[in-house]
Design a protein. Structure first.
Length: 372
């Protein structure tokens, strides 16, 4: 090996015999390997598509915005739309490679709409409770249509009769009653009555005559925990009344001053007949001016009309009517109402039987031929 320093042949020596310089040379392959820079490994780049428009998410956002608006003015509908918007928005969020802003905003609005809808449904309607003057009121004729669809008549007025079921709430200046609007107890409403209208609380089963403003529907639960809704009304006027003057009001009334029969000091008078939708009522007065006890039994009363005979009948409210005394002492009098099934207001005969403790007195039937 030749010394690169001085040119002397050094053979296999590691150092030059002349100048002492090292004769060793690194392996070229190793040198190249030592200084070779490693090449970076090739990295895989996935082919990610660009984000597309999220149609379902946008639709969900639209539903959620509409739901929020409807929840404020019509709570139940707002809840329904809010649920639809929530479902669509969630589907939109789950879709891959789509924009997420619209469905996320939709989820937020849907939750707000559902919450507002529940609140507004529970609190009823937004119609003002202020009572307008009578001259400016628009009235609805049929209470049944109001009960079935109160929201359609919100802001209008209705005159009706009711039967108090219970007092639901009492405030400093109002009562809230549940009242039935029919004698079959099928339909009921909620009625708010200011203490300025009626300071006295109406008792359970009281009959009331009402002039009220319809505010819409109120959703809640019955005492049994069943979800339901009622027509909600504000009383402009509310008074306690009777069955006869409300649900049992007569369609036709006959009044008499000359229908009187006297036998042996016993006088029986028919003063009035009322023909109502479900019954016929005879108003009878009895005066005993004899010296013995007398009985006029309403249970034996009969009505004959066009050869058809009617017997006394009883209704759910007959016990509230004044009853004839079964045993009149001398000098006493009694007044009562005898009821029959519905009879047409045409010529008829009322027959009453009388009895005296004096067996020497033979009392004939008291027969009244009535017409007007």
């Amino acid at each position: 090996m030749v010394c690169k320093n001085c040119g002397t042949e050094g053979g296999n020596s590691k150092f030059c015999p002349n100048c002492g310089a090292p004769l060793f040379q690194p392996n070229v392959g190793m040198q190249n390997q030592q200084f070779q820079q490693p090449q970076p490994a090739m990295q895989f780049q996935p082919n990610i598509p660009p984000k597309r428009k999220n149609t379902i998410g946008v639709i969900g956002l639209v539903f959620s915005i509409l739901a929020t608006i409807f929840a404020i003015f019509a709570g139940g509908l707002g809840c329904v739309l809010g649920i639809v918007g929530l479902v669509l928005s969630i589907i939109g969020v789950c879709k891959k490679y789509t924009k997420k802003v619209a469905p996320i905003v939709g989820i937020v609005f849907s939750c707000i709409a559902i919450f507002l809808g529940i609140i507004m449904s529970g609190s009823g309607t937004t119609v003002s409770e202020d009572i307008t003057p009578k001259s400016d009121r628009e009235y609805v004729d049929n209470i049944n249509t109001v009960v079935s669809d109160p929201d359609s008549y919100a802001g209008k007025y209705i005159k009706f009769y009711g039967i108090v079921s219970q007092t639901c709430d009492e405030g400093d200046d109002y009562y809230i009653y549940q009242a039935y609007t029919d004698t079959d107890y099928n339909n009921s409403i909620l009625l708010k009555v200011s203490k300025d209208v009626s300071a006295k609380e109406f008792k359970e089963d009281s009959f009331i005559s009402v002039d009220a403003k319809i505010t819409g529907s109120y959703s809640g639960q019955t005492v049994m925990g069943v979800d339901t809704s009622w027509a909600y009304m504000i009383a402009a006027d509310a008074k306690e009344t009777t069955y006869i003057d409300s649900f049992g009001k007569a369609d036709t009334t006959w009044e008499f001053e000359d229908q009187s029969i006297e036998q042996h000091g016993i006088t029986v008078k028919v003063t009035k007949v009322e023909f109502a939708e479900n019954e016929t009522r005879f108003y009878v007065d009895v005066t005993n001016n004899s010296n013995d006890n007398v009985s006029i039994y309403s249970s034996s009363a009969k009505v004959v009309q066009n050869k058809k005979q009617y017997e006394e009948s009883y209704s759910a409210y007959s016990d509230d009517y004044p009853q004839l005394s079964d045993d009149l002492t001398p000098g006493a009098s009694s007044s009562g109402i005898i009821t029959f099934d519905k009879i047409k207001p045409t010529n008829l005969q009322l027959i009453l039987e009388g009895y005296s403790d004096n067996y020497d007195i033979d009392l004939s039937d008291f027969k009244f031929d009535l017409e007007q």
